[in-house]
Design a protein around this ligand. Structure first.
Ligand SMILES: [Zn+2]
Length: 386
């Protein structure tokens, strides 16, 4: 079985674009340097697919198995081995956060949804920290997690991002791109791409809420909390509760996410707005979880997990996802159950009326999707508007 290996970055291209246009000299320089790094990563991806196909087999061991490496500010992956399963904490917060975050993600999938790692066959969770220098991103490359340190090299007054391991939901988000890759394998553009992004936000935020022991109504539903420095007017990268309100800043611009189909944005960048329109299904999930109260991973999360693993295909759009969650809620909790009503209400609030397809059964296996674009990596040309 072959899998595509796109690169999925946490930082949306529109943020880098704003910084490259509006930042201080140092911030602009760094944003442009990050674009150059993106081009290098893209070249690296070509060789990766072959290697990863082999690793998928050899690394399949049952149970939780993590390794964290240190790239020592280079772009060589995986780098120097720093901590493996059973090893004590190091004195490096990035190493320990990557280790703990991948563990919390493994535990959510394993303990709640009975899934053994990303591929459901015990794929070892490899992470590399200290990738390059001044690297403002984190990504899943189809085989492992990679984290930059943010703009640690800039003068304090110019720093916009902290290290990318700092937010546990970013770790859960990126590893969930791996789960999606092995399940629905949603094409990374337009609505299927925004669904792909939303599913990563959903399970990322569930990793965070579960690690904090928070109920749906006590959580703040901010994705990437802690990532932005105090120089930025913002609380994180996205708000699932109120899309479009996570930041509003002279350098980063304002959060462009819509929370309703009336405000859906068809844009010629970000693969058709995958990090933008994800706000719509994100808010639907939030509304369902809020309505059901309690621990979001137990009911709403279970409905979404069943949808991801049994009901979506590579080209599913928002309407198909809404219908699928409705069918999943029926199968898991019963026809007309509170859970099923909550699902209907959640999608309705974001402008999507659920259609009862009566489909209790998984759809046929997806057809091979069209060649997908390069994940998060925009061209320098598109970002700078050349
Ligand atoms: Zn993503």
């Amino acid at each position: 079985m072959s899998h595509r290996h796109s690169i999925f970055c946490i930082l949306p291209p529109h943020i880098l674009q704003e910084i490259a246009r509006r930042g201080s000299l140092a911030q602009r320089d760094l944003a442009i340097r990050n674009l150059t790094i993106s081009a290098e990563v893209r070249g690296y991806r070509q060789g990766l697919a072959v290697t990863a196909a082999k690793l998928d087999v050899t690394d399949a061991l049952a149970g939780k198995e993590r390794i964290v490496y240190d790239a020592q500010n280079s772009s060589v992956l995986p780098g120097l081995r720093m901590r493996g399963e059973g090893d004590p904490p190091t004195d490096d917060p990035a190493v320990d956060e990557a280790f703990d975050g991948s563990g919390a993600t493994y535990d959510l999938y394993n303990e709640v949804y009975d899934r053994d790692s990303i591929d459901s066959r015990g794929l070892r969770l490899d992470s590399t920290v200290h990738y390059q220098r001044g690297y403002d991103n984190a990504f899943w490359n189809g085989r492992q997690m990679v984290y930059g340190d943010g703009d640690e090299d800039l003068p304090e007054a110019d720093r916009l991002f902290n290290r990318f391991t700092i937010a546990i939901d970013i770790i859960g988000h990126e590893l969930t791109h791996g789960v999606t890759q092995y399940e629905a394998n949603l094409v990374y553009n337009n609505q299927p791409g925004a669904l792909n992004e939303s599913i990563s936000d959903v399970f990322g935020i569930l990793v965070k809420q579960r690690s904090l022991g928070q109920s749906a109504r006590n959580a703040n539903w901010i994705v990437g909390e802690g990532l932005l420095t105090s120089n930025v007017n913002g609380v994180g990268l996205r708000s699932m509760k109120a899309p479009g309100t996570a930041y509003n800043d002279p350098v980063l611009g304002s959060d462009p996410q819509p929370g309703h189909m009336d405000d859906y944005k068809s844009v010629p960048y970000d693969n058709g707005g995958v990090h933008i329109n994800s706000g719509i299904p994100n808010r639907a999930f939030y509304l369902v979880a809020y309505e059901l109260d309690g621990l979001a991973w137990e009911k709403a999360g279970r409905i979404w997990y069943d949808t991801l693993t049994n009901r979506l295909t590579a080209t599913s759009n928002f309407q198909a996802a809404a219908n699928a969650t409705f069918a999943a809620a029926k199968q898991l909790f019963g026809q007309g159950s509170l859970e099923q009503q909550a699902v209907q209400m959640g999608w309705s609030e974001v402008g999507i009326l659920v259609e009862d397809t009566g489909n209790d059964n998984p759809p046929p296996p997806p057809e091979e999707p069209p060649e997908e674009p390069q994940g998060c990596l925009p061209t320098v040309k598109s970002l700078l508007g050349f």
